[in-house]
Design a protein around this ligand. Sequence first.
Ligand code: ATP
Length: 583
Amino acid sequence: EDSQDSFHEYERDALLALKKGFNNSFLDGNWSGIQCYINSTTNWFGIQCIDGQVTGVSLENMGLIGKIEPDALVNLAELSVLSFKNNSISGNLMDFSYDSKLKKVDLSANRFDGEISSSLLGLNSLESLQLQDNNLVGSILGFNQSRLREFNVSYNNLSGKIPETGILQSFSHSSFVGNQDLCGAPTPTACSSSLNDSSNPSNSDKKNHTFSATLVMVNVIVLVVLLIFFIIYYKYKKLKKQMKRRNSVEVVEEKREVITNNSMENSVPRGEEDKGKLMFLDKKGTHFELDDLLKASAEGLGNGNFGNCYKVMLETGPAVVVKRLTDLKPLSSDEFVKYVHAIADKKHPNLFPPLAYYYSKDEKLLLYKYASNGNLYNRIHGGRGTPNRVLFRWSTRLSIARALEYLHLAIRSQTIAPHGNLKSSNVLLDENDEVLVSDYGLISLIALPIATQRMVSYKSPEYQGYKRVSKKSDVWSYGCLLLELLTGRIPTQSAPQEANGADLCSWVNRAVREEWTAEIFDVEIAAQRSANHGMLRLMQIAMKCCEKSPEKRPDMAEVLREVEDIKVIVDSEDEDLSLDQSL
Ligand SMILES: Nc1ncnc2c1ncn2[C@@H]1O[C@H](COP(=O)(O)OP(=O)(O)OP(=O)(O)O)[C@@H](O)[C@H]1O
C-alpha cells in the first residue's frame, strides 16, 4: 500500500509549520530529515510514530513561546497524544476536528487565551483533557464523552455555570478551582438566578423567591414588547418587499427573503463587535451595511456545496457576491473570525479573498467582489455548438494553466491546509480575464464528514485508498483541471449536479496506452497545429499530476516550472481560419 513505503509528507509539513511558529533553536536543529520511519522509529524529539505515522507530539517544559495556527493539527489524523505542558504558548486553542483519535490533550501551564474550542467536544476517544493554568475565557462546554476520566480547567478566566453533564459533574471541585466567575456544582458557589436554571432550587429565604418571580414577570413583559416590535418590523419589511417585487424576478426575491428573514432572527446580538454588522476585511474600498445588502436586488448564482451563492446589485457600488455558508462545523464566533482572517490574510494576485463576513448564531455569510467574466467551467464548456460560443484559444488556456500559482504559493508558505476543492467553477475570471482562485481555506470551516462527501480532494485516489488529503491532493486536482482545459470534457470532480462527468485521468491514460492520443484534444484547439507540441507537453505534465500515488506526483513548484517552459505560440490568422472551419 502507498502509505507503507511513504513518509507522509503532509504530516512532516504540519510538524514543520508547528516548529516555525515556535522559533526554537533546539527544534530547528533536531527536526530534520524523515519524521517517522515505517519501523516506527524516529529521530525527532518529542514525536511518537506508529507504522510511519505521527501518533504523539509531546513537547513539555521546553520554554516554547509563540502561537499555534488553528489548522496546525488538520493533517495529523493519527494523533493520539498531544502535550505542550509547561511552555509559554499563547493564542487561541487549535482546531481538533480532524484528530478523532486523540486520547490525551495536555496544554496546561501555558498562556493560551480565547475560548475552549468546541471541536474538543467531537473527540469521542478523549480520556484526559488538561487545560489548567492558562488564560482561557468564556464558559465550559458540555463535555460528556464517556471515556473522559481526567479533566482540569482550573486557574483560567472561565465564567458561567458548569454544565450539568454526568461526566463533568463526576469531577471534583479541584478541576475547576481558580476561575473567579465559575459557578454551580461541583464548585461550592451557587449561580445567581440569571445563570441558574429553575430545576436548581436554592434553599435560601423567601426573598429570593419573590425576586425570581419579579424577574420572570419583567422577562415576560420584555418578551411581549419584543414580539410586538418584531411583528411590526416584519410587516413593514414585507410591505417594502412587496413593493420591490414588482421590479425583480420572483424566484430571486424568494431566495432573498430567506436572507432577510434570517437576519431578523439574528437581531439577537451575540458579541459586542459583530452584532448584525457586516465586518469588512479590507479597511480600504467601499463599505456598506447589511441593510444596503438586503435592500438591493439579488440574483441566484447557484447552489454550491457549502450553501447558496447570490449576486447582489448594490445601489451605491459595484455588484458583490454573497455566499451563505451552511454545514459548517461548530465554531464559536472567535474561531470563525480567526479562520476568516487567516483566509483573507493570504495575499497573492491569483487568490480571491473575501471582502467581508457576517457572523451570527444562525447565519454565516462571506462576501466577495463579483468576478465579471464568470468561471473557468463556463469558459471551457459554455455555449458549445451555439452561436454564443466564445472561442477559447490555446494561448489563453495555457496562460490560465500558468496562472494557477496559488498552489505553488501554498507549498512555499507555511499554509498547511490544502485548498481541497480546486475545480473549474472555483477558478474565476475578472474583467481582464485574470485568474482568481476562490474558496481556498474553506476546508478549515467545514465539518469533516461534509468535506468527505463534497470536496474535490476527497475524491482523489489517496482519499479513496487511505483516507488522507494533502497538498499533493491539490496537485492531483490541478492535473484534472489541466485535462479539462486540454480535452474540453467535463471531469467528475468539476461536474455540476445536472452534468455527467468523466474520470478524465483514466480516460487519458487509456488513450495513451491504446495510442489514440491525437483524438483526445478539444477540437477547438486541436486545429492549432503549431501549438500541438505544447499541448502534448501539457498533457504529459497533467498525467504526472494525476499519478495514483501522491508521492509519485511532482511538487507544484516543479510542475509550474515545466508549464512555464512550454513555448507560447501566438495564434496566427491561418490557424484561426482552420479553427473556424473545424467547428
Ligand atoms: N465572486 C464570484 N464572482 C462571480 N461568480 C462567482 C463568484 N463566486 C462564485 N461564483 C459562481 O457562482 C456559482 C456558485 O458558486 P459556489 O462556490 O457556491 O458553488 P460551486 O463553485 O459550484 O461549488 P462549491 O460549493 O463546491 O465551490 C459558481 O458557478 C461560481 O463559479
